[in-house]
Design a protein. Structure first.
Length: 333
């Protein structure tokens, strides 16, 4: 390993728009995509989960669409895979919020079925699914613009003619905590269709308030993205993977070498999974976790298959629990 002079290479855009209903997220995403795709001389595609709302603008903007009837993470990923195979270099996803709802509903089900009724370990169960979803977005071989609904709050403000009037505010996006770290550009929309750039890795638009950003804004972003050194990007499209819940085979015994979820004779996977289970055990057997939570961890491990995908789930679970241990240790200090 050696250091070398850093250089900025050409990049694919990862942009997220969030705001309350009626703030113009869909139209803004379509116009930005049109500007980028027009500059590239290619068509663009839309994954629509909002009851075909994007198609209402098809008389003004030309694009191709996949109207998702089933809004699960696996269906989102399958649609992204199809877009990549079809060669689309600009993709709009309107919106991500249904995927987040799937996760929260699954967490609620797992929590209610658990002994502890504690949602912390339930999030550990769904974390691999969320991670697969984020990785599919990050690994898409083209520009992506997504929309996210935000929680809505009404306040009384000053309306026309100085009279008081209700005003709808958008709060945090309805997505996973830390979702903002995954995007290069994060834009908050308000009811007046103003866009506030709350995060900007280009360094050109940070904290700017843009009135109805559209094609010109998309073109400006594309020019910045393409101004770096050209590189050959070879991105593997992630397959759709469905987590299974086969009959459990493992126990959470940190110092037991054979405590691996087994459904085949692969010795290497058994050894690696046993090591991961031991590391997970070392985390949850600290004083910062309850006995009920340890039981929940055992249950989670038992539901994971012995496979490469299962290994990734164990790694994600270990990472999740490690982060949780860090938070609890800080709180206790």
């Amino acid at each position: 390993m050696s250091f070398k002079k850093a250089e900025r290479t050409q990049l694919y855009l990862r942009c997220a728009l969030f705001g309350p209903s009626g703030s113009g997220k869909t139209m803004t995403a379509l116009r930005m995509a049109k500007g980028i795709a027009g500059k590239m001389g290619v068509p663009f595609a839309v994954i629509d989960t909002e009851a075909r709302s994007a198609s209402k603008y098809a008389d003004r903007i030309m694009f191709e669409v996949d109207d998702l009837d089933k809004k699960t993470i696996d269906h989102y990923i399958a649609s992204m895979n199809e877009a990549a195979k079809a060669g689309y270099k600009v993709l709009v996803i309107d919106s991500l919020s249904h995927a987040w709802r799937e996760l929260t509903e699954e967490v609620d089900r797992i929590t209610q079925a658990s002994n502890s009724k504690n949602s912390v370990l339930s999030w550990g169960k769904v974390a691999p699914k969320q991670k697969r979803f984020i990785n599919a977005i990050l690994n898409f071989p083209g520009h992506i613009i997504v929309t996210m609904r935000s929680k809505t709050e009404w306040i009384i403000g000053e309306g026309k003619n100085g009279k008081t009037a209700p005003e709808k505010l958008g709060l945090a996006p309805e997505q996973g905590k830390g979702i903002e770290y995954e995007f290069d550009l994060l834009i908050e929309m308000d009811q007046n269709h103003h866009a506030t750039v709350t995060k900007d890795r280009t360094g050109k638009f940070q904290d700017e308030v843009i009135d109805r950003p559209g094609e010109d804004f998309g073109i400006a972003l594309h020019e910045w993205l393409m101004s770096g050194t050209a590189i050959k990007q070879e991105v593997a499209v992630p397959p759709v993977v469905t987590t299974t819940t086969e009959e459990p085979k493992a126990e959470l015994k940190p110092d037991a070498k054979n405590a691996a979820p087994a459904n085949n004779g692969n010795a290497v996977l058994k050894e690696q999974s046993a090591a991961l289970i031991k590391e997970i055990g070392d985390i949850v057997t600290t004083d910062h976790f309850t006995e009920d939570e340890r039981d929940e961890a055992r249950t989670l491990i038992k539901s994971i298959k012995l496979s490469e995908d299962g290994m990734k789930e164990l790694e994600t679970l270990k990472e999740f629990l490690g982060d949780e241990l860090g938070k609890r240790s800080k709180k206790a200090a």
